[in-house]
Design a protein around this ligand. Structure first.
Ligand SMILES: Cc1cc2nc3c(=O)[nH]c(=O)nc-3n(C[C@H](O)[C@H](O)[C@H](O)COP(=O)(O)OP(=O)(O)OC[C@H]3O[C@@H](n4cnc5c(N)ncnc54)[C@H](O)[C@@H]3O)c2cc1C
Length: 545
């Protein structure tokens, strides 16, 4: 039955009537209608507000988005590193990049630097930059770089970004318009400021309806769909599609529907995080434009610079160390920056992590996004990007009516399962390539029983040919094969026989290596230090697009 024929047959008082911005009547789905027009998001952390913004902006005038947030349960308040995808997300939502820098304490992120992951040597480090190797879709430069691997590391040979990060430079100029970049970039941000910033924008600019109350009960239709949620302060809220963004509690998908949680701690062991915020020694200290990740005895420490402070945290496996030892490693790490006295006295927050995800992510008329869907350690900052990706998938393939929802949900589940599997494999790659044997943690990480089968197969393949485009099975892979190259070669692994070296491309490869060197020199002359550019943006603003 089409929507048009349905409206003719139904008496009007069965419908909610809305008016759009031109005062045209928009008919919302009624309890008897099959149309999906009322989206109810439960949860107001980064997941809830990003999802609200993405769906409301993509479906403006077509759906009414309501977000319910508990006044009693705070968002988790961590999650400070994003991917470059956040630029297109903020642009889609209609946020000004200048406002974002001014209000979220944000800085630029151009990738991650991994230190001491391969060995204990102080010189052991490599970059996973956000820019792919030069002409990546035309030529695989890795086999041509291999003969020179003792002279120059892979990332520096094929891309300028690692060298630019080492120089502390920003990825764009003050004259580059909002969201444009000279080099590819994402952000570091204050998670405590990000959700309120999105909240204000979504309510004021995207007509998102905000309800501050606790969801206390979930009410079902005869077919098992959620009909409404009961709140303690605002009564029942009825909807056609519910999105569970309630964080680790997973109130709708986990608790109400009982969708199983698949633990992944047999592959990725880290289950505890200790987080601390440290000041810069001076307001003029430069801000690193990469996340620094330094391997420890049973985990690793993240170090993220935003405008007003650094966020530092130790993620570790409680099966391989004690909390006291992990805390001591964290305090030793921050000591050079803050001094012995402050390092010993600073308050540290403990966060438990249960690595894994739900078996499916969309059941009946309820999808879960964010921590409610799952969480794996933040090694490559995959949580916010997965939120963006999930919300965009829902917004782009929004089921116009209930009868099309199940097939959309099925495909959503299949795509998300693939992404989780690939994320887990990619994170595990950082561990299995280690040559460290100093603790059981590193030894256990290399045991074959902890390595997913598909990753084992790829590792076997990469002995003979470089990771490259052929390894990508989906059109949109979260980690392109270029990311595998950066980790694989960054951790000093090489291929025995450069099987995919195409000698007819030798000349092109040599030119690209030379051009990369020149680009680094040119960029070093024009790009500004990260902090200087951010201060300029806050003062003058970036050119709007
Ligand atoms: C140590 C650590 C480091 C991380 N680092 C990164 C990183 O660098 N990059 C990255 O991308 N991600 C990172 N993450 C993940 C990131 O923090 C989360 O994915 C992100 O904050 C989204 O959280 P959320 O909105 O799903 O959940 P939460 O922030 O927990 O929000 C849950 C919301 O649900 C609401 N709620 C709960 N129950 C009810 C109820 N009954 N009624 C109404 N409302 C309710 C709460 O009020 C809250 O608003 C990190 C996570 C951890 C633990």
């Amino acid at each position: 039955m089409t929507a048009a024929s349905f409206t003719l047959k139904c008496p009007f008082d069965l419908f909610d009537i809305l008016f759009d911005k031109n005062y045209n009547k928009v008919v919302r789905g009624s309890p008897m209608s099959d149309q999906v027009t009322r989206v109810v998001i439960v949860g107001g952390g980064s997941a809830g507000w990003l999802t609200a913004g993405i769906i409301a902006a993509s479906r403006l005038g077509q759906v009414q988005v309501t977000l319910i947030e508990s006044p009693d349960i705070s968002p988790i308040g961590v999650g400070e590193g994003t991917w470059p995808t956040m630029r297109s997300t903020l642009q889609l939502i209609g946020v000004s990049e200048t406002d974002f820098f001014r209000e979220c304490d944000a800085s630029f992120k151009q990738g991650s630097k991994f230190s001491r992951w391969t060995s204990l040597s102080a010189e052991d480090d490599y970059y996973h930059p956000f820019t792919v190797p030069a002409k990546y879709h035309e030529i695989d430069l890795a086999p041509f770089w291999l003969p020179f691997k003792e002279k120059i590391n892979f990332a520096n040979a094929v891309c300028p970004q690692g060298a630019i990060c080492d120089l502390g430079l920003a990825p764009k100029l003050i004259t580059t318009p909002e969201y444009g970049g000279v080099l590819n970039y994402g952000y570091h941000l204050d998670a405590g400021k990000f959700a309120p910033f999105l909240h204000k924008h979504c309510v004021e600019k995207l007509d998102v309806n905000y309800i501050r109350a606790n969801v206390t009960q979930i009410n079902s239709r005869d077919n098992g769909d959620i009909q409404s949620v009961t709140t303690d302060l605002q009564g029942d809220v009825t909807g056609d599609l519910f999105i569970d963004c309630t964080g680790l509690g997973s109130l709708l998908l986990g608790k109400h529907y009982g969708i199983a949680f698949i633990a992944r701690n047999n592959i990725l062991f880290n289950d505890t995080a200790l987080a601390v915020q440290i000041p810069y020694s001076s307001t003029t200290d430069n801000i690193a434009s990469h996340t620094l990740s330094t391997a420890q005895t049973a985990g690793w420490i993240w170090d993220i610079g935003i405008q007003s402070r650094r966020g530092v945290g130790h993620v570790f496996s409680s099966a391989h160390t004690t909390i006291e030892r992990a805390e001591q490693e964290l305090r030793s790490y921050i000591q050079p920056a803050v001094g012995e006295k402050m390092a010993e006295s600073m308050a540290i927050r403990k966060i438990s992590i249960n690595p894994g995800h739900r078996e499916i992510f969309w059941y009946k008329n309820c999808a879960a996004i964010g921590l409610a869907a799952g969480f794996i350690e933040p090694l490559e900052a995959t949580a916010l990007v997965l939120i963006e990706l999930s919300a965009k998938m829902i917004a782009d393939q929004f089921p116009a009516n209930r009868s099309t929802m199940d097939i959309v949900a099925k495909r959503f589940n299949s795509a998300l399962s693939h992404h989780w599997q690939r994320i887990i494999e990619f994170l595990k790659l950082h561990y299995v390539l280690t040559k460290r044997t100093d603790t059981d943690y590193w030894i256990d990480n290399c045991r074959s029983e902890s390595i997913p089968e598909n990753l084992q197969e790829l590792l076997e393949l990469w002995k003979f040919q470089s990771p490259w485009l052929h390894d990508e099975t989906l059109r949109i892979e979260m980690f392109p094969s270029a990311s595998y190259q950066y980790i694989y070669y960054g951790m000093s692994h090489t291929i025995d026989a450069p099987g995919n070296k195409n000698n007819s491309k030798l000349h092109q490869a040599e030119n690209l290596f030379m051009e990369n060197g020149k680009t680094i020199q040119q960029l070093a002359k024009v790009l500004q230090p990260n902090r200087e550019l951010i201060e300029k943006i806050k003062e003058h603003g970036l050119q709007k697009i």
